[in-house]
Design a protein around this ligand. Sequence first.
Ligand code: ZN
Length: 248
Amino acid sequence: MFIVMRRKTAGMVFAGIFFFGISLGLYNFALHPNMYNWEKQGILIREVKTDQKVIALTFDDGPDPVNTRALLQVLEKHEAQATFFVLGKLAEKYPDLVKEMTEAGHEIGNHSYSHADFNGKSDDFIRKEIKKTSAIIKDITGQNPKFFRPPGGYLSHAMVDLTKEEDLTIGYWTWEQDSKDWRNGTSGEQIAKHILNHLQSGQIVVLHDGASNGMQTVKAMDILIPQLKKSGYKCVSLSRLLELENHE
Ligand SMILES: [Zn+2]
């Protein structure tokens, strides 16, 4: 009886590990099987190895006239630098907000023009989405963006080639630092807690000032940044994070 139970238990444990492995494998596979190669080649970044206590906060899908304005104030209050992955169509609509970001020392990244699902779209469509947005950013800030974050994290060989043509690095994010802050009902406290619980130097944190839950993201930053400072962490732009990478 004892042996039977143990065997059963062991079987359950193995089944658990097996299914956990499958779900992890599928999760990564769904993103793109070549992602790790692109990362090795420096075409895509998800985190950096650094001895310094630094992280990059990144905000997607804006600018938003309410959330982004409030966020800029919170970042200023706590003297934190961030990277904004803006949508071309919204940057076009709210150029003053993009200008404010640049003047405050934040970095602007390209997050496509319309946030369309790139899956099944032609190269021409994707190229236009990327090019148009870079041109809008250049027009407002005087500088070409260095990073592109594909909408929904979509990756394909063709899209990666297009970003290379445009001299853009794919600014992905660290898995552990996706708090799903955009989900309605997620509180600022929960978002801040998620980030603090998974904190490691060199991470890229994905957040959304452009989502309808954006004010909770703002609230989260007001909680998080002072805590980070207390632990000796500094919030830097994506470009700065790359500069602080260890080079052995
Ligand atoms: Zn997005």
